[in-house]
Write a protein that binds this ligand. Structure first.
Ligand code: ATP
Ligand code: MG
Length: 375
């Protein structure tokens, strides 16, 4: 209502009445506000803040209405309006205080839960805090799993390093002390030491490669290559191992299937699959390498062996870092560190591809799928 229309004066005695009416309305609105906020307690903090604002405005408006009603009769406008606005503000502050106390209390609950490891997300928090708590719980679980895998890897790798090192040390000492002197044994010790050094170097290279993959620092220099060439190179590289083991290694590559790939890295991934296949196939059996297109038009590389099948429980785990099947965990001359498939997976995924394994016939089939380049 414009000031000019207001009556010139309101009796000073009206002030307590107007304040009392505004306070009454304010308390009523505050109670409603607190009830609405209790009802919204697991919803967004934004929704609760909106309630605070609505409460503050409603309380102020209620006061203004009260003052206007009194002023139609009489009164000094300024003081009344100011005191009513002050009451409205106080009501808003009171409700905001209640909200702030709740936010602080719930945040403290969350912090206490985070400190109390293993972290389990407390329930019944406001929406944003609940999302944070749930995300934290997932992150902690992931971190715990990763930490477990890392610890396992360190334990296995240090074991794998210690065993051949102990052997090499014994052989070196025997050579040094002249305990062995016949030419044949000396030559065998030298050959064995060289073999172990090569194996340890390969393991250190694998660990380095894996740490680069995990750090996202794998640099691919991609070019257009044909899968048939890649298969031919891998076959040539694995031929000596297959011959030594008495395993027949054959390849079937369809006509040119072009992919955009780093031939070195992808060759290494495929090589890891082929070495595994040869390692797990008994002599006189076959390992087949295939390259072609799958039903969905993706480029597909597969390695099929005669390993007797991987236990169903192990199938989803073979790509985990440091995973080794039961038999592979017993240290043998050709036992690995459980890094080959994790490296292959990292390389394939860096090529926007997928890698998988299924049991197939007398063995299993590892498959790499990659997008084909058009044209
Ligand atoms: N072709 C296969 N046939 C049967 N089991 C396999 C085959 N390939 C992998 N596995 C199982 O998966 C495990 C992990 O394979 P991965 O290549 O990652 O490690 P590794 O061969 O043991 O060691 P590394 O490759 O580091 O020398 C193996 O220990 C084995 O149990
Ligand atoms: Mg391997």
């Amino acid at each position: 209502m414009p000031a000019a229309m207001l009556p010139p004066a309101v009796a000073v005695g009206e002030l307590p009445v107007v304040v009392a009416v505004a306070t009454g309305f304010g308390l009523l609105i505050a109670l409603v506000g607190i009830w609405v906020m209790w009802w919204l307690r697991t919803r967004s903090i934004g929704a609760m803040l909106a309630v605070v604002v609505v409460v503050a405005v409603a309380a102020t408006l209620a006061g203004v209405v009260a003052i206007i009603m009194r002023m139609i009769i009489e009164g000094p406008v300024k003081d009344f309006v100011l005191s009513v606005v002050a009451v409205g503000g106080l009501v808003g502050l009171g409700v905001a205080f209640v909200l702030a106390k709740r936010v602080v209390r719930e945040s403290r609950r969350l912090v206490a839960a985070v400190r109390d490891l293993p972290f389990v997300a407390p329930q019944g928090l406001p929406a944003e805090l609940q999302t944070i708590a749930n995300t934290l719980e997932e992150a902690y679980a992931r971190e715990r799993a990763l930490e477990g895998a890392r610890r396992e890897l360190v334990a296995w790798v240090s074991h794998d390093l210690r065993t051949p090192l102990a052997g090499m040390r014994a052989m070196a000492e025997a050579l040094e002390d002249g305990v062995v002197s016949d030419r044949a044994t000396v030559a065998r010790y030298h050959g064995q030491i060289k073999l172990e050094v090569e194996r340890l170097s390969a393991m250190v290279d694998d660990l380095f490669e894996l740490s680069r993959i995990h750090a996202g620092a794998l640099r691919l220099s991609r070019s257009r290559i044909g899968l048939a060439d890649l298969v031919a190179d891998t076959l040539a590289g694995a031929e000596p191992l297959a011959r030594a083991k008495g395993v027949q290694l054959t390849a079937e590559a369809a006509a040119a299937v072009p992919v955009e790939a780093d031939p070195g890295a992808l060759g290494r991934a495929l090589g890891n699959l082929v070495v595994n296949a040869i390692r797990h196939t008994p002599s006189d059996r076959t390992v087949v390498l295939r390259a072609g297109l799958d039903a969905e038009g993706m480029a597909c590389l597969s390695v099929t062996d005669c390993c007797g099948g991987i236990p169903e429980d192990d199938l989803p785990r073979v790509f985990e870092v440091a995973f080794r099947g039961e038999a592979a965990r017993t240290p043998t001359a050709d036992g690995g560190a459980g890094l080959g498939l994790a490296i292959a997976q990292g390389i394939v995924e860096a090529h926007d591809g997928m890698i998988g394994v299924v049991n197939d016939g007398p063995g299993c089939r590892f498959e790499i799928r990659l997008p084909v380049v058009g044209g």
